[in-house]
Design a protein around this ligand. Structure first.
Ligand SMILES: Cc1cc2nc3c(=O)[nH]c(=O)nc-3n(C[C@H](O)[C@H](O)[C@H](O)COP(=O)(O)OP(=O)(O)OC[C@H]3O[C@@H](n4cnc5c(N)ncnc54)[C@H](O)[C@@H]3O)c2cc1C
Length: 481
């Protein structure tokens, strides 16, 4: 008999949350704290979604998406999670760049960028101030016709080096491009520039464990290995879900699964207006990623002057297609020193990340796929050897992940690392207007992506769900006559 991962679960909840990414867990936690009966169903064998980690022999623990997030995480985690989580958020010390246009180290905040732009790039202080103020002033209701490329052209015409400095980390952070609306750049860039880049001390495993503990304290019924196969809808209203073949009733569903998958597969096109389905189908997915994970031998150390985040590129110019190409020229290295996990065994780990197109990897035969993975590893080690001589002799473990890996573990269509492009946000927000009780929370529209965006979107959607449930309280069981 296969194990029943729903053993002891109720037949009915107020809300079922599909997926335990940061948005799903945050929404579940807020709704649980508000006293609603919440089931959190995760198809994978561990919580966290893309906020994940894995262990390898020799004491190595690799973080997949813990590379950096803005200062705003502290406030969100303090309010919607716990003080202990908020207090473990610490700044990264050094961010480095090395490409054919420039090499530099920065603390990655407005003051230091202003200094660099004046001293290294010869830009007028007034222009820099005007650019920062414009980016800071952008909001969701602005004109969205201006692209990020046009924004740069307005302030820094003919300066591809400046564009590269300003844009490269953001492309890496959320997959946005010069062709996307400028607002998607402005908001995220300003978030980072306010106080620099932060990380979670103790690693993703510790964070997700603390979140799991808090979910339990909030009364959320948390279940892993629970694949939601269907969202049931009757008379334009959510009535329940099918999980591992079992039907469970509920008045609201928050789907943290991929937006398109939620609408087109889990719910089904037949429940939505034609125009809404067209809009959902037209939503573009964000790109995926490749990563190479390198664990050094237990007694090997990397000098901390290497920095925490290191943006490297061998491409002469900065172009979106080059950033995504399978013929890798851009690599962002995250260095994890023993201080990353003070509670663990002291280890130095390096993760190299590159944005990637799913199609480039999905079309390969099994044999070519394995060969391409090996090529990715070897190319990365050759490149890293320029910065850490003798890397091959010093490492203990190395392996690679591709867009197919991300799809496999999260069921994200095309392994999208950052959900959808900008237009996904409107479709996600309009979902409950189509079907009462149906919500989506998860990486959409670049702004609502990354760790902070996902958490904040979970908060927004939880408030919407709470309002719905409070409007129509659950039917009370009849008192005994
Ligand atoms: C390589 C990489 C590097 C990144 N680096 C950073 C970074 O440095 N900083 C940063 O802020 N962000 C980073 N991100 C992005 C960040 O990790 C994501 O934006 C964020 O974690 C997404 O959270 P989410 O809530 O949208 O859900 P996801 O993490 O996408 O989780 C969705 C969950 O739903 C589950 N699910 C799907 N379908 C079902 C179903 N039918 N039934 C049950 N469960 C289901 C999945 O298994 C998954 O657990 C990175 C992402 C990647 C891939």
């Amino acid at each position: 008999m296969p194990k029943d991962f729903l053993k002891g679960a109720s037949d009915e909840y107020d809300v079922v949350v599909i997926g335990s990414g940061l948005a799903g867990m945050t929404a579940a936690n807020i709704l649980g704290r508000a006293g609603h009966r919440v089931l959190l169903a995760e198809q994978h064998y561990k919580l966290g979604g893309m906020a994940t980690w894995f262990k390898r022999p020799g004491g190595h623990i690799f973080d997949v998406s813990l590379h950096g997030f803005p200062f705003g995480m502290i406030k969100s985690c303090r309010r919607y999670w716990t003080e202990e989580i908020a207090e473990s958020i610490v700044p990264l010390k050094n961010i480095r760049f090395d490409n054919p246009m420039f090499s530099l180290t920065t603390s990655y905040n407005r003051d230091d960028f202003t200094r660099l732009l004046i001293e290294r790039f010869g830009i007028e202080a007034a222009t820099i101030k005007a650019f920062f103020d414009t980016a800071r002033g952008m909001n969701f209701y602005d004109d969205q016709k201006l692209t990020t490329g046009q924004l740069f052209e307005r302030f820094f015409p003919g300066r591809p080096d400046v564009v590269r400095l300003l844009m490269e980390p953001i492309v890496y952070a959320n997959g946005s491009t010069l062709e996307d609306p400028a607002i998607t750049y402005g908001i995220v860039f300003s978030n980072f520039m306010s106080k620099g880049v932060y990380t979670f001390e103790g690693g993703t495993d510790r964070l997700v464990q603390l979140m799991h503990d808090d979910l339990k304290a909030s009364g959320v019924d948390v279940r892993i290995n629970c694949d939601v196969e269907k969202i049931h809808i009757e008379n334009d209203r959510v009535t329940g879900v099918t999980i591992n073949g079992r039907k469970i009733g509920c008045r609201a569903v928050v789907s943290n699964a991929n937006l398109k998958y939620t609408i087109l597969k889990l719910a089904g096109k037949e429940h939505f207006d034609r125009k809404f389905v067209d809009d959902a189908e037209a939503v573009r997915l964000n790109n995926s990623s490749t990563q190479v994970y390198i664990g050094l031998k237990p007694d090997e150390r990397v000098d901390e002057n290497m920095g925490d985040l290191f943006f490297t590129s061998t491409a002469k110019e900065f172009r979106t297609d080059l950033l995504l190409s399978k013929d890798v020229t851009s690599r962002t290295y995250s260095f994890y020193y023993p201080r990353t996990r003070p509670q663990g065994r002291p280890r130095c780990l390096i993760v190299s990340s590159t944005n990637a197109n799913f199609a480039d990897w999905a079309k390969l035969s099994d044999e070519d796929y394995e060969a391409s993975k090996q090529e990715l590893i070897e190319g990365t080690l050759d490149h890293l050897n320029n910065y850490i001589p003798g890397i091959r002799e010093r490492l203990d473990h190395v392996e690679a992940a591709t867009p197919k890996t991300f799809q496999h573990y999260t069921q994200h269509v095309a392994g999208a690392s950052f959900g959808t492009k900008f237009e996904g946000l409107g479709v996600s927000r309009a979902l409950p207007e189509q079907v009462s009780g149906l919500y989506h929370a998860g990486s959409v529209g670049i702004i609502m992506s990354g760790w902070l965006g996902a958490i904040n979107y979970g908060v927004i959607v939880a408030n919407d769900v709470d309002a719905l449930l409070m409007k129509a309280p659950a039917p009370q069981p009849h008192a005994a006559e």
